[in-house]
Design a protein around this ligand. Sequence first.
Ligand code: G3P
Length: 219
Amino acid sequence: MKFFIDTANLAQIQEAYDLGVLDGVTTNPSLMAKEGITGHDNIIKHYLAICDIVDADVSAEVIATDYDGIIEEGTKLAALNEKIVVKVPMIKDGVKAIKYFASKGIKTNCTLVFSAGQALLAAKAGATYVSPFVGRLDDVSTDGMQLIEDIRLIFDNYGYETQILAASVRHPMHIIQCAKIGADVITAPLSAIAALLKHPLTDSGLAQFLADHAKAAGK
Ligand code: G3P
């Protein structure tokens, strides 16, 4: 399973990349705004800065919601760097645009997916990735992980190559559950990825090993 980091924070992207387990980066307009990145030129510079850090796919989201606007904006984003994946919302014009981008060999990530039907449409249009938002479904008392299972089944039934990119992942158990189901990718904040490192028995076991070693060495 690939690990993407879901942030526009350069320090966190660098930290995850240095850990050696990072396969990509996803951003969205909210994450860019959270880092105080505003204005077209600054946003473009920021995408390029992210591309400089990682040797991996970087999702850059279009703001346009009409077909022509999505094509124009997505084409420019894709031309910035070969790592850029054009992130397109799951709307009618978005699906049409994904089909266009697929015909041009431009990678896409269909975002804001909340149902199996939406994922199926994105796959039929030729999306590289489809992003079901598990945490936001959990937020409204709907089982986000069930959606990952449903999409996995549907894509496997027909051999769709679109990768399931589980998004809105909030904690380490979301990551484990996605891995058990067979999501292709998870995108998560650094905190959720780093939390996978932790176990109290690892900490106490290491402390004991070091103490025994020091005792045997007469320290
Ligand atoms: O990748 C989508 C993600 O950024 C949304 O996460 O936690 O705002 O639902 P969240």
